[in-house]
Design a protein around this ligand. Structure first.
Ligand SMILES: [Cu+2]
Length: 234
């Protein structure tokens, strides 16, 4: 019992480190992604439970007893029904897993090249070890990006040096940022608030510190903020 409670406290301590941002999505992309993670997890859990129950059952059923101690079981010469079952069942499971995965992946790839109306365009420049955001009108912020709620945001991703990865877990759609390549990421935030963003590709000694905050404001507050920033520039 002591051992068990020790293990349990270790687990609690370990899990308290993660706040599961990915499972708390605030955009359609992030919602799709967290659905895929949970869907495949539960599908795998079904397989896992079935395998472990059968494992325990057979261990018990075919255990050594006083009666069977000296008998050698007969060889099995194949079993068509079993072989068909364990071939067809995984095929069905894989199809069930593949259909939403492929569909959502294609949807997301198509979205990246689309040109949504009423979009906000933001240039994102990654460099060791900070993020620079440039808005329409030349306004610039460092390690802090402000977004309007309910409007598609097109991030134009660029890197000055090495490969980075742009990721706002609650907004979803993590995307690698490659030097010399202009990449895009489109998301529509659906809730105001402050969210964490980070570099998700190891890029050097201070990679862990390459974080930024994401502030989602109402459209009015966003416009007001942008106007004030513009005024400050003059
Ligand atoms: Cu980085």
């Amino acid at each position: 019992m002591k051992k068990l409670s020790f293990l349990f406290s270790c687990l609690v301590l370990f899990l308290s480190g993660c706040s599961m941002r990915v499972f708390n999505p605030i955009s359609e992309t992030a919602r799709d992604q967290s659905f895929l993670i949970l869907f495949s997890f539960f599908l795998m859990m079904i397989v896992l439970v079935v395998v472990f129950v059968m494992f325990a059952r057979f261990m018990w059923k075919y255990r050594e007893t006083e009666e069977n101690k000296h008998t050698i079981p007969e060889d099995e010469e194949g079993n068509k029904a079993f072989e068909l079952t364990w071939t067809i069942l995984p095929i069905i499971l894989l199809i069930v897993l593949a259909v939403p995965t492929v569909r959502m992946t294609y949807d997301m790839s198509a979205e990246v090249t689309s040109n949504p109306a009423n979009a906000v365009h933001i240039e994102v420049t990654a460099q060791q070890f900070s993020w620079t955001f440039t808005y329409e009108g030349g306004v610039q912020t460092i390690n802090n990006v402000t977004l309007p709620k309910d409007r598609p945001v097109v991030f134009h991703l660029n890197s000055k040096d090495v490969i980075h990865s742009f990721w706002i877990p609650r907004l979803g759609g993590k995307r690698d940022v490659m030097p010399g390549e202009n990449r895009r990421l489109i998301v529509t935030p659906e809730e105001t608030g402050t969210y964490q963003g980070k570099c998700a590709e190891f890029c050097g000694v201070d990679h862990a510190k390459m974080r930024f905050t994401t502030e989602v404001k109402s459209q009015q507050a966003y416009q007001q903020w942008l106007n004030e920033e513009k005024k400050e520039m003059e």
